[in-house]
Design a protein around this ligand. Structure first.
Ligand code: GDP
Length: 445
């Protein structure tokens, strides 16, 4: 499916025009291509200035080129980087010249990383970390992705897998050499104590955090409440604040439906249900559909009203905060304070003047902190990883109980545990996962 005899190329830097554009090549013909373009191969890993020319000797651009012969390269193959001027014309010419070379074709999304993975340069958890790092919007997401990229989970999983394989070997040695099929007690005891130690270790990792894997998607907070409560006004108030990092999916012609906040590194998406309404405009419909889907999965509801009448909406598991709006309107003893009613926090704000909104954001940060848990120590960044570690733990537990039923059964459960870790690392059984994971990557990565 991914023939490695083909050399791939892509624009690995950002949107054009830009000061510099980096065209990256990987594969067996990267060296020949670089030599043809630059006249000769530069010294490995040394930035070298070169006038790049096409097949007819016509100059294309004055560039800096880099040559990374495999296997000591990012992909494990021969890699060349062309740092050209970032104009559309230069890059288009580079692409058309490269396309005419034999065995050379544009890369698919994530194909460089996939080759790195297939050449054993990185394991699957590191590939996931790389993807997360590229897509990180907030500082916490960046740090979490970097830990993953550095192989923290991968290293642990490799160690666990080796220990499981050793324990299996102990048990199997016992099976092979024991008289009448009984594994010597000391071999069994040694294998069992290893397994129990492992179980404890993996369980610690599984429980050491809140929902760190949710940090990639962020928290979803929905603003709901009766018409005219001030939902859209609050959205606009939030969007005007510095914490709002983007305001995409305007979706509606009237208001913002969705904004992304960076609350001390926690990514938080706020959705305004007032924007969720019937419309004939197909573009708007799509925005509304997406907002509705996301609102259905809210982690927190801010119930906005002019009084304290939230009960109508309090049926779900999702926590609801009562937010009384329009405290700027004259009413006796109204101040911007947070209190608690029943078990729900109550906030008093003015979406129009902004009074009390800072306090609400402060509380949201606290909620996010509790929700995500101590992501600083978190090793798990994806549901996929958590599921496989849970599988590993379940199989290890079964192996402990299976010991009494027979050593072969225990060994079989251990093999299942090792297999789950192998899948975590991308060592076995992964073709289906690979396509899903690498499809998410950008082109040129
Ligand atoms: P929505 O239907 O819940 O989105 O409500 P809107 O945001 O459209 O607000 C309804 C009306 O209430 C508008 O006229 C707003 O200007 C007004 N409004 C919203 N928030 C406040 C506020 O804090 N104070 C005052 N005085 N008026 C507000």
């Amino acid at each position: 499916m991914h023939p490695h005899d083909q050399t791939i190329f892509a624009l690995s830097s950002g949107r054009l025009p830009s000061a510099i554009a980096i065209v990256r090549l990987s594969g067996p013909h990267a060296g020949i291509a670089l030599q043809m373009l630059a006249g000769k191969l530069p010294l490995p890993r040394m930035a070298t200035r070169a006038l790049l020319r096409d097949g007819n000797g016509e100059p294309i651009d004055d560039a800096v080129v880099l040559w990374f012969p495999g296997p000591a390269s990012a992909t494990g193959e021969d890699v060349a980087e062309l740092h050209v001027h970032g104009s559309r014309a230069v890059v288009a010419t580079m692409f058309s010249v490269l396309s005419t070379m034999p065995q050379m074709r544009p890369a698919e999304p994530g194909e460089f990383t996939r080759r790195a993975f297939e050449n054993g340069k990185i394991d699957l958890t590191e590939a996931e970390g790389l993807d997360d790092l590229i897509h990180a919007d907030t500082d916490r997401q960046r740090r979490q992705a970097l830990r993953q990229l550095k192989g923290l989970l991968g290293d642990k999983a490799r160690g666990w897998r080796e220990q499981i394989i050793e324990a299996t070997a102990l048990i199997e040695a016992g099976i092979d050499f024991a008289d009448e099929g009984d594994v010597p007690a000391e071999l069994m005891a040694s294998a069992l104590s290893r397994i129990e130690q492992l179980l404890a270790e993996i369980e610690t990792v599984l429980s050491a955090q809140g929902r760190a894997e949710r940090l990639r998607d962020g928290l979803t907070v929905v603003i709901a409440g009766p018409p005219n409560a001030g939902k859209s006004t609050l959205m606009n108030q939030l969007a005007r604040r510095e914490v709002a990092i983007v305001s995409p999916h305007a979706g509606t012609t009237r208001d913002v439906i969705e904004i992304q906040l960076d609350l001390q590194g926690y990514p938080v998406t706020v959705i305004d249900t007032a924007g969720i309404r019937e419309t004939d405009d197909p573009v708007e419909q799509e925005g509304v559909r997406r907002a509705r889907d996301r609102a259905a999965q809210a982690d927190l509801v801010l119930w906005l009203s002019e009084d304290n009448q939230p009960e109508a909406e309090r049926r779900s598991e999702v926590p609801v905060w009562l937010v009384r709006n329009k405290i700027d309107l004259p009413r006796p003893q109204e101040t911007a304070t947070a209190t608690v009613q029943g078990d729900a926090p109550v906030f008093a704000i003015s979406a129009r003047t902004g009074a009390g909104v800072a306090g609400l954001l402060e509380a949201l940060i606290g909620f996010a902190r509790d929700f995500f848990g101590s992501t600083e120590n978190g090793l798990i960044t994806r549901e996929r990883q958590r599921a496989l570690l849970n599988e590993t733990v379940a199989a290890l537990r079964r192996s402990v109980t299976a010991v009494d039923l027979g050593e072969e059964l225990a060994a079989e459960e251990l093999r299942i545990a090792a297999l789950a870790l192998g899948r975590l690392l991308g060592r076995v059984d992964v073709e289906d996962v690979l396509d899903v994971i690498f499809r998410e990557f950008c082109i040129g990565k």
